[in-house]
Structure formats: C-alpha cells, structure tokens
Design a protein. Structure first.
Length: 248
C-alpha cells in the first residue's frame, strides 16, 4: 500500500481548525461582557422609556396623550425587570456566537471522523468499507466506526464527551433543518423543531464545550488507536480545555 501523507490530511482540516480557533477571543470578550452587564436602574430605565415614547410621537404626532401614556406604562412594566433587560441586551450576541461555533465545531468533528475512518481502514487494507461508514449517521460513526479496524475502541455514552457530541449534533441538525411550528384554525399542522429553553450562562457553557470538543475527541482517539492511523492530532492552543471531557 502506498504511504499515506499526513500533510495532505492535515490540509483538509486547516481551514476549519483556524476558523474555529479564530472565534475564541470573540467568545472570551463575550463572556466578559455578559459578566460585566448591569441592568439600568428604575430612573435610568424610565427616562429611556420617556425618550422612546417622545421619539414615537415625533414620528407620528397624531398619537394621543392617552395612547402615549399607555405605551409608556407598557414599556416600563414589560421591560423593566433586570432579567428581561439582561435577556434583551445579551441574547442576540450570545446566540450568534452559539450558532457560529456549533457549525464550525460540528464540521471539524465530522471531517475528523471521516479522516480517521479513511486512514484507519486503508491501513488495514479495508478501504472498500469506507463507503459504507461514510453513509452512516454522524453519531454512529463516532460510536462504532473505528471498531472496524480497532475493536478495543470505545466512546462511553455516560460521559461528558459523548454528551457534548450528542448535543452538538442535535443542535446543528435543529438549526440546519429547522421546521416552523404551524397551526391552522387552532389545530396544529406541524409541531416544528423543538429546542430546549436555556439560560444565557448555560449557552455560554455549551459554547465552551463545543470549542473544546474536536481537540478532546482527538485526545480520546489516542487512547485506542495508534498515532500512525490518526496522522493528525489537534492542539487546543489558546482554547481552554473542558476538564470533564478528559475524565471519560
């Protein structure tokens, strides 16, 4: 069998690897912003509401005093609670980072398992099996694919590493294949894509786990499979590893 070039394989990961790592400093800054956020006090918020209503009346002078007062009351009562202010101020930047990191991490994890299967099977002169594994479900690839050439391989389902991988795959699929919830005349026609209700801090924790996941999976693979099969091992570099992934 001709020698397999690890440099050629590394090139396939390069763009995804660099793209994911380039987001880390954005994430660190975002965490600082979230930690430092302070909601407006009552006086500050009421003044902002007054200015908002004044701007509204400026654009539409026909708004009555009564309607303006109602508008001011609704704004004050609906958005004054600190948790609401925090959600409105931080939700969009957090979710934007969540989506970007989830897509990049999932793409890198899939590229990684496909390369591992290709190289591992080729090393055992089983390349014909790759086309069967290639069509398998993403989670099935990670759970059982490497066993084709390394029977001792194991990814435990009760560990944090598997938990992160499973959630990442679920979230990526929900985002890429999203379906709306639709009702007609009060009757549900389509249930839509269901997503878990999470907090901003929880989303930040999952983003961190998505960042760390591809590199922690590489370290996990090393436990079972010779480095000559893998050929490419990632480095966390500036990404802070997730400690619970290592205990699997």
């Amino acid at each position: 069998m001709p020698p397999i070039s690890s440099s050629e394989i590394a090139g396939a990961f390069s763009s995804l690897d660099k793209a994911l790592k380039s987001r880390w400093h954005h994430f660190v800054d975002l965490r600082k912003t979230v930690a430092a956020y302070k909601p407006k006090n009552v006086q500050e918020y009421e003044q902002e509401c007054i200015q908002s209503v004044a701007e509204l009346r400026k654009n539409d002078p026909s708004i009555s005093d009564e309607l303006a007062a109602t508008r001011l009351s609704v704004l004050s009562q609906r958005y004054l609670p600190p948790d609401v202010q925090r959600f409105l101020a931080l939700r969009d930047p957090v979710m934007s980072e969540y989506v970007i990191v989830a897509f990049l991490s999932h793409a890198l994890c899939e590229s990684q398992i496909n390369a591992l299967l290709a190289v591992g099977l080729a090393n055992k002169d089983l390349s014909d099996l790759f086309y069967i594994h290639e069509r398998a479900d993403f989670m099935e690839k990670w759970l059982n694919g490497p066993k084709s050439f390394e029977p001792g391989y194991c990814l435990q389902k009760d560990g944090a590493l598997y938990e992160t991988l499973k959630r990442l795959n679920s979230q990526r699929n929900a985002l890429v294949h999203h379906k709306i919830s639709l009702s007609v005349n009060g009757a549900q026609v389509h249930p839509g894509t269901k997503t878990a209700n999470t907090t901003i801090n929880s989303d930040l924790d999952w983003i961190h786990r998505y960042f760390s996941l591809p590199y922690d999976l590489a370290r996990h693979i090393e436990r079972y499979i010779s480095a000559s099969f893998i050929t490419v091992l990632f480095s966390h570099e500036h990404i802070t590893p997730v400690p619970t992934h290592v205990t699997n």
